[in-house]
Structures are given as C-alpha cells and as structure tokens.
Design a protein around this ligand. Sequence first.
Ligand code: GRF
Length: 201
Amino acid sequence: MKRIAVLASGRGTNLEAILEAAARGDIAGEVALVISDRAEAQALERARRRRIEALYLNPKEYASREEYDQAMIEQLRAAQTDLVVLAGFMRLLSPLFVRTFPMQIMNIHPSLLPAFPGLDGVEQALEYGVKVTGCTVHFVDEGLDTGPVILQEAVPIIQEDTVETLHQRIHASEHRLYPAAIDLFCKDKLKVEGRRCIIID
Ligand code: GRF
C-alpha cells in the first residue's frame, strides 16, 4: 500500500473526496498524514475526524521558505510518504522540496492547463470568455502549474455562470478526478516520458 500525504490550506473538500475514496477502497493507498500551513484549515479537522495524523506547521516559526520546506520534508520522510498530494495548498514550494520528491508530488488546478495557470484559474477562464474549462491533475515540477499532465476533465461554461457557480461545478469534477489520478499512481500505472505522462494498462 502506498502512503499518501496531503498538504492543504483551506476547506479541504478535495481532501474529503480523497479520504472517502480511500475508505471505499477506490484508492490503492492510505492517507498517512495531512499537513497545513493554517491552524484554522478545515482540512485538519477532516483528517482528525478520521483519526489521521494532522499537523499544523506555522510558517512564521521558520526563517525562510527552505527551512519551512525542510521541516515538511522531515515530517513526510518520518511518515514514509510515497506520494505528496497538494489539495488547495497555498504556499509555493521551493526547488529543494520539489527535487526531494521528483514526480511524487501531484497538484490539482481548476482549469485545463496550460490555459489559465496561477491564481484565479476559474475567474481567468470566465473573463477570457472561453466556452469550456475544467480541471487538471498534474505532477509538480519547478515551474508554476507546468508539470506533466496526468488527467483532465472538461467543464462547459454556461452563459449565466458566476465565479461561484462555475467553481462549484469544477469542484465536483475535481472530486472525481483527483482520487482517480491518485489511484493510478498507487497502482504504479503512471510513467513520465519527457512532458508526457503515460497511463499503463
Ligand atoms: C481547488 O479548487 C483546487 O483546484 C485548487 O484549490 C482548491 C482547493 O479546494 N488548487 P478545497 O480546499 O479542496 O475545497
């Protein structure tokens, strides 16, 4: 069984979807640790409710990004983490962190990358006026939302959409897509060749 750690700063609805999928047996791995950079993150509560180790690491207690990331690395190593899952984690990761877990960090982004990277992917798509957006699960490299794409799902934009209604539908799609991508990783079915992530049957 692969050991998964989830990093989250906020509501943690993706974390919840992952925990539910794992409990149903739809993910061939177990969530061993949840880390947050915010004490009040609902994500921590969600983990504790299921008796999963939930750790708050306060960025203010560390002198630099590298020191903070080093503290996370130590915790992740102690938990024998195979896969780091970013689920609404609002801190940029240092190159040190990314290099420590090559192709072992996943992120979910609320657009069809490479369109609308960075913050506000949902708002950017609405403002641009595209008719289809969606979400992307990708491996994390040293760029901003640039790593190899694992899975994507399209979400149509309707004329009446606001950022809230569109984000809601994208969230629903994320909650299906993220557990599926994590399950593929846990079953050793993902192989990265250059920019392409191949799914092995
Ligand atoms: C999601 O929309 C995800 O795409 C983005 O952050 C949000 C996290 O939401 N990276 P939640 O905390 O899982 O509800």
